[in-house]
Design a protein around this ligand. Sequence first.
Ligand code: F6P
Length: 541
Amino acid sequence: MPGPERLQQLKDHAARLQTRTLRTLFAEDEMRFERFSASCGDLLLDYSKCHVDAQAMTLLAALAETAGLEERRRAMFDGKPINETENRPVLHTALRNQAGTPVYVDGVDVMPQVFDVLAAMGEFADGVRAGDLCGSTGKRFTDVVNIGIGGSDLGPAMCTLALAPYHDGPAVHYVSNVDGAHIADTLKALDPETTLFIIASKTFTTVETMTNAGTARKWVAAALGDAAVGGHFAAVSTALAKVTEFGIQDDRVFGFWDWVGGRYSIWSAIGLPLMIAIGPDAFHEFLEGAHEMDRHFREAPLLENLPVLMGLIGVWNRDALGFSARAILPYDQRLARLPAYLQQLDMESNGKRVTLAGEPVHMDTGPLVWGEPGTNGQHAFYQLLHQGTTVIPCEFIVAVQGHEPDLAHHHQMLVANCLAQSEALMRGRTIGEVREKLMAAGAGEADLQTLAPHKVFPGNRPSMTLVHDQLTPFALGRLIALYEHRVFVEGVIWNINSFDQWGVELGKELATALLPMVRGEPGSDEKDASTRGLLARLRPV
Ligand code: F6P
C-alpha cells in the first residue's frame, strides 16, 4: 500500500486535474482516445473518458511498481503461497494454461492433474451430450441441474447464459438458494428419469448446497427408488472423502484443488455444467481466451496492459477521486449475470480492511460493484448516474456484432445507446445548451426559468468502455480473466489479501446457532432485543 505521502501526491494531482472537466480534456487533445486506450487482440479498452492525464497514469504506474506488482504477479503465476492467511497458492491461471508449461506446487508439476481432470470432464460431458451416459431407466438426460452457491454457481450460471448461442447440449439449470422456492420451482418442470444433478461445492460442507442436494436426492429416490440415485448424481469438489460419504460414484466425481479459490473456479471442474452445455471444444476455446489474457497480463508493459490499466483506474477512482462504487453495464443481454458474478469476484476479494500484515488499511479498498445490462438499466437507474448527487464510474461492455444477423438493426440500436450513455456522462449538458434547446422548441422565458435547472446534466462523470468483436467462448474467457487480474492489481496496490473471505464466516456461524431457535428450541434469551423480537415474529403460525 502506498505511504500517506504518495497517496497525498495522487490526491493533489487529482484535485489539480479536476479543475478541467472531461469535456475540456477532450477539447484540448485531439489524440485523447489514442492516448488513453489499449488493446489485447480484438479487445479494446477505452479509458479516455476517465478523469486521468498522462501524469496521473505515470503516478499510478509508479504506485503499482512500488507496491511490487510485478513481483506479486510472478509469485502468483509461479504458485507461491500468496493467499497468506490460508497458506495457499493461487493458481486459477494453471487451469487454463493451455500451453501446458509446468507449474509447480510443493515441487510437483500440477499440469498433468489439470489435464487429467479436463479429459475426464470431457469424456463425461460427451457421454451426457451424446446420450451414452443415461439415467437409471436408460433414458438420456434432457436436463442437468447444478446445485452450488457462490463460486460454485455464479461462474457456470453466468457463462451458460452468456454462451447461449453455443448451447447445443441438454438444458442446464442452476439451484443455489437455500430458499426451498428455488429447488421447488426448478424441479417442477423436470422429470426425475431424465435429470442429472451435479453437486458443486469446493468444501462439500456449504449448508445451502448440502440442503439442496439432500432434497434432490429425496426427489430422485421418491420417483425411482433408492437404488436409482447413483445414476442421477455427479459431484465437483476438493473434498473427495465427503463426496463418497454422500454416495456419489467415484467415476462421477471431478476434483479440483485447494489452490483454486471458489470465485476463481469456473476454469476447473466447476465449469462442468457449462462444458455439458456448450461441449468440450467450445469450453477449451473459453480456457484459451483466458490464457490469452494471462499472457497479456504477464507480458504487456504496465501502461498497455488492460488489467493493470483497469486496476490503476480503479484505485484512482476509489482513492484519488473518492468514488465508492462502480457500475458494470454490459450492453449484451446475455451478460445479464455478469454484474452478479463480478460482485463476488470483486467484493469478496477486495472487501478487506486490514493489510497482509493485519494492520488497518489507510486507503479505501474495494468499491461497491453493481449493475445491469443496458439498455434496460437506462430505463431504471441511469437517472441517478446522470443527475444524482453521487458520482458512479461506469464500465460499459459491448460487442461489434451480436449473434443474430437477421436482427442487425437491434444491435445497431444497442451500440448507439451504449455510446450515447458514455458521451452523455462525459459531456453533460450545460445550462446554456439547455436554454438554447428550450428556446428552439419555442419555450418562453418563464418556462426557461422553471425547466432549465432540471434539464442540466453536470457531465464530467467517468466511464470506460470495453469492446470486443463478438461474445464468443474465447472472448468471454478473456473478459473474465481481465476482471480477475484487475482485482489482483487493485489488491496488490491496497496490500490486502484478495484470496481469502473471512468476512462470510460470522454470519454462517450465527445462522447455525440460530437454526434451533428458529425451530422453536430455547436459547434466544441471550440474543439482543431485535433478534429476539424478530425470532418471535418469525415463529411459524
Ligand atoms: O461463503 C463464501 C464461499 O466460501 C465462497 O467463497 C464460495 O464460492 C462459496 O462459499 C461456496 O463454497 P463451496 O464451493 O465450498 O460450497
